[in-house]
Design a protein around this ligand. Structure first.
Ligand SMILES: [Zn+2]
Length: 72
C-alpha cells in the first residue's frame, strides 16, 4: 500500500472494463453479429496505488426494478 494511502486512505475513482466487441458476419455474409470478448465490469480504482475493488452498480431508475415497483 502506498504511504499516502496509509495516511489519508485510498482515493477511489470509478472505472470500467471496456471489453472489445468483434463484429463479424456469419454464414450469410450480410448481417453483422456482435461477439463481445467479455462482460463489462465496474470498479473503483485508487488513483495513487491502482488498487481495485469491484462495485455492483446500482440502477438509477426505479422502473428498471419491477420487483420493487410492485411492492409499493
Ligand atoms: Zn490507494
Amino acid at each position: 500500500m502506498n504511504f499516502f494511502c496509509r495516511l489519508f486512505g485510498h482515493t477511489w475513482v470509478p472505472v470500467t472494463d471496456n471489453p472489445k466487441i468483434a463484429w463479424n458476419t456469419k454464414d450469410d455474409g450480410q448481417v453483422l453479429h456482435a461477439s463481445p470478448s467479455g462482460e463489462t465490469r465496474f470498479f473503483d480504482e485508487c488513483v495513487r496505488c491502482r488498487e481495485r475493488r469491484e462495485v455492483v452498480p446500482t440502477r438509477r431508475f426505479p422502473a428498471a426494478k419491477p420487483a420493487e415497483a410492485a411492492k409499493s
